[in-house]
Design a protein around this ligand. Structure first.
Ligand code: NDP
Length: 257
């Protein structure tokens, strides 16, 4: 089986789903030629040693610093990735970094709402895409590339079904206003990006990873991170023109926006 993509960048890859994405990509029988693991604070919780372990295991893995809410940091990562790829573009950008918030209508304050939007929408999505777009466009224009796929050029936004307005009435137990509203906004950005970028050969999809045992998902979550990420990578390998602009879960099921 061919590699998912020649080059992949994952944000928030020092723990949780992002770390497992990097781990499975690096360990796959046909790993991408370049895997860029990014995180905002390599010295932070469990960041440094986990990434160091992976760097030792894989020759295709490179590390870059990228804080999603810090534009100079994102630009630094773009420069580092661009100079490493030389004349090639970046094929696959996985926007995984995100923050949660359990604020209810009563406990909510504007600072918490703005902070969730700053990370989950403005930084992790809009700024990151704006800055990496030239590298994605370069990949999309590569010789012999047709149709839409992760091996050509793609942006995958790790979303959540808690951001689905269509499903909202069915999940009343988790108000989480800042998190859900910011993920709903992220979904709209994904939809707009998909419409705008498909003519440039760039596929955009939102993926719900399931309820996963991570720091964010907590121990109560039913799904192991390894299992979720296996599913996500299988879904990514099968994305095409027909699924660009879709909202899918880790098993490939379509979710309502
Ligand atoms: P974790 O809390 O375990 O990890 C979050 C990651 O995002 C960390 O690497 C964290 O870095 C990073 N991050 C947060 N803010 C920034 C920032 N400003 N810049 C760069 N990186 C940042 O969460 P998960 O792994 O569980 O979640 C990953 C994604 O999956 C999120 O987008 C989340 O919304 C989504 N998701 C998760 C679900 C679950 O059940 N776990 C369910 C549905 C969706 P640091 O260590 O520095 O804080």
């Amino acid at each position: 089986m061919a590699a998912l993509a020649r080059s992949v960048l994952v944000t928030g890859s020092n723990r949780g789903i992002g770390l497992e994405l990097v781990r499975q990509l690096a360990a796959s029988p046909r790993p991408p030629q370049h895997i860029f693991a990014t995180c905002r604070d390599p010295e932070g919780p469990r960041g440094k040693w986990m990434l160091c372990d992976l760097l030792e295991l894989s020759s295709t893995l490179l590390f870059a610093l990228a804080d999603a809410v810090n534009l100079p940091s994102i630009r630094g990562a773009v420069r580092a990735v661009g100079s490493h790829l030389k004349d090639q573009g970046l094929n696959l950008l996985i926007n995984n970094a995100g923050v949660s918030s359990h604020a209810t209508l009563r406990s909510l304050d504007s600072r918490e709402m703005l902070s969730a939007f700053a990370t989950n929408v403005v930084g992790a999505l809009v700024s990151l895409l704006q800055e990496f777009l030239p590298l994605l466009e370069k990949a999309a224009k590569g010789v012999g590339k047709e149709g839409l796929s992760c091996s050509r050029a793609a942006v995958i936004n790790i979303s959540t079904k808690l951001g689905s307005i269509g499903l909202c009435l069915k999940v009343p137990e988790a108000p989480m206003y800042p998190y859900r509203a910011s993920k709903a906004a992220q979904n709209m950005v994904t939809r707009c990006m998909a419409a705008e970028l498909q003519d440039k050969g760039i596929l955009c999809v939102a993926i719900h990873p399931g309820w996963v045992k991570t720091d964010m998902g907590t121990e109560k979550a039913p799904l192991m991170v390894e299992h979720s990420v296996q599913g996500i990578l299988t879904v990514l390998a099968n994305l095409s023109q027909d699924t660009s602009g879709a909202f899918l879960d880790w098993e490939g099921n379509t979710l309502p926006w």
